[in-house]
Design a protein around this ligand. Structure first.
Ligand code: NAI
Length: 242
């Protein structure tokens, strides 16, 4: 059975990506860290639309949990193969660098950058054996442009962009593509505190994006037809920055 693993699938962009993967016929592994109730809602929505999947709770900032839970799942399911990996889980913890605490730096790097590395390395083996895979990393406008107050987050996302380009070259001949999507302002819990009315003035499309619009792009990169696109970063930002 072909599976799609979506990290941080309990809400926001991750939930929309889970639903997109289900609509493409994948058995969806809905990863989450703490919010089981919301993750169950994602799974319920998958099932309501005729899809299938299961919850796979682990903290992407913990290499022990990734190895234990995800590694354990892979070992226990030799007939299920993760064909699509969407590294979506992410956090921000903003502040000017001069005031930034060690913990703010460490946790943002661990979740956004280390999480990508340890999750992807585990899943890669199965893709290499089967000579097919799609890896899509959810990065950010911050990782391309850099945003003040987000030195930690910009560095982590830029790190994932570099890794996307490097890994794409390592595994291209094995039928695996590695791409990133870079959202601008998307209406989720992460942007809840922002003033959309004020910010939309600087966005050419004049509004925040929707999680479904990011999921649509992820679905495209995850399709078999996107086989000749790899090492690419696709901006989804309403024209805010190119
Ligand atoms: P969100 O805060 O609504 O969702 C984040 C998801 O990641 C949640 O499901 C959360 O449980 C999960 N998560 C956080 N830490 C985790 C951990 N240690 N282990 C497992 N799961 C964890 O945010 P949103 O907006 O849906 O963000 C999704 C991705 O999109 C993130 O990587 C974020 O950086 C990125 N992004 C979001 C933008 C936006 O405007 N909302 C803009 C650019 C990038």
């Amino acid at each position: 059975m072909k599976c799609a693993l979506v990290t941080g699938g309990s809400r926001g962009i991750g939930r929309s990506v889970c639903l997109k993967m289900a609509s493409m016929g994948y058995y969806v592994l809905v990863n989450f860290r703490g919010n089981r109730e919301e993750a169950e809602r994602t799974l319920q929505q998958i099932q309501e639309t005729g899809g299938q999947g299961e919850l796979l709770p682990f903290d992407v900032s913990s290499r022990e949990q990734i190895t234990g839970v995800l590694g354990g799942w892979i070992e226990a399911h030799p007939n299920k193969y993760i064909e699509i990996l969407v590294n979506n889980a992410g956090i921000k913890d903003d502040g000017l660098m001069i005031f930034m605490k060690d913990e703010q730096w460490d946790q943002v790097m661990r979740t956004n950058l280390d999480g990508f590395f340890f999750t992807t390395r585990l899943v890669l083996n199965g893709m290499l054996i089967r000579k097919y895979g799609r890896i899509i990393n959810v990065v950010s406008l911050s990782g391309l442009k850099g945003l003040p107050g987000q030195v930690n987050y910009s560095a982590a996302k830029a790190g994932v962009i570099g890794a996307t380009k490097a890994l794409a070259q390592e595994v291209g001949r094995k039928g695996i593509t590695v791409n990133a999507v870079a959202p601008g302002f998307i209406r989720t819990d992460m942007t809840e505190g922002l003033n959309e009315k004020e910010l939309q003035a600087i966005i050419p499309v004049r509004r925040f994006g929707l999680p479904e619009e990011v999921a649509h792009a992820v679905g495209f990169l995850a399709s078999a037809e996107a086989a000749y696109i790899t090492g690419e970063v696709l901006s989804i930002n309403g024209g805010l920055y190119t």
